[in-house]
Ligand binder design. Structure first.
Ligand SMILES: [Zn+2]
Ligand SMILES: [Zn+2]
Length: 264
């Protein structure tokens, strides 16, 4: 059916080339069905222009569906020369996917075989989380974007097959997490447990943790959990094995100490 991007930070295309090789990366860019952008922070949307301009140079046939906060539409308009104007893109405001009305409600199932649902999350103005439900194979994927613990996300993400949740900071840094509107690892795990997610993938770790995040949770707490790293690929048929990757990573990097004063 094609592929989709949930967030598209700076360097996304370069990472795709490194992961897939140039030929396959270009194929994926052409076969993109939609790109969803959670919010207007650079680490989540800056790579979109490169993807859009690549599609023009590759003469991708159909316009790309771009979903995101309304500010993204204005931002893209200011780059219309690079991205080939409005006719190369169909923009949908994430707010319209909170309670999607017709004809939008059936647009994604009919065209791409997936249901999309967004909710506002607790991070900055116009920040959203998303659930992608597959109409064919019936998996459900929830992605938090950046957020504090968010009950709305629990609601729309109920019984997700995979919940990808931000976990910017280690436990013990709750105050900083609150000030910066992010989650600690335990806060993220609590949300995914409430959601009853089959598998949880933690991501968006602060640069304090150059390789793997500092996880203080009990083994029992981590039975359904994996941590994201560059070039991680997860196949739905391997989900049973996925949590086994975490102890392996921890064994590979046993002495990881957080780097002080790095940004996030
Ligand atoms: Zn952010
Ligand atoms: Zn971020």
């Amino acid at each position: 059916r094609g592929c989709a991007l949930l967030d598209c930070g700076e360097g996304t295309y370069g990472q795709m080339v490194r992961a897939l090789g140039r030929t396959e990366a270009l194929e994926k860019v052409v076969s993109l069905l939609f790109v969803w952008i959670s919010h207007m922070h650079a680490d989540h949307h800056l790579g979109l222009l490169h993807i859009l301009s690549k599609r023009i140079s590759l003469k991708a046939e159909r316009p790309l569906v771009v979903i995101g906060p309304s500010k993204l539409r204005a931002w893209l308009a200011s780059y219309s020369e690079i991205i080939g104007g409005d006719n190369r893109m169909i923009f949908i405001d994430s707010a319209e996917l909170i309670e999607p009305q017709q004809p939008l409600a059936s647009y994604f199932p009919e065209n791409f075989g997936v249901q999309l649902r967004c909710c506002e999350v607790v991070h900055c103005p116009q920040a959203y989380g998303i659930v992608v439900g597959d109409c064919v194979n019936h998996w459900k994927l929830c992605y938090s974007g950046d957020t504090r613990p968010c009950e709305e996300l629990v609601k729309i993400g109920k019984n997700s097959t995979i919940a990808i949740h931000e976990a910017t900071l280690e436990d013990g840094m709750e105050q900083e997490a609150e000030e910066k509107a992010h989650c600690t690892i335990s806060e993220a795990l609590d949300i995914c447990d409430k959601m009853n997610a089959h598998r949880t993938i933690l991501t968006h770790f602060s640069q304090r943790y150059p390789r793997i995040p500092l996880i203080k949770s009990s083994e029992d707490r981590l039975k359904r959990v994996a941590v994201a790293f560059d070039f991680l690929r997860v196949n739905f048929k391997d989900l049973a094995q996925l949590p086994r990757t975490l102890p392996l990573l921890q064994a590979l990097y046993p002495n990881e100490a957080p780097v002080a004063k790095a940004g996030m």
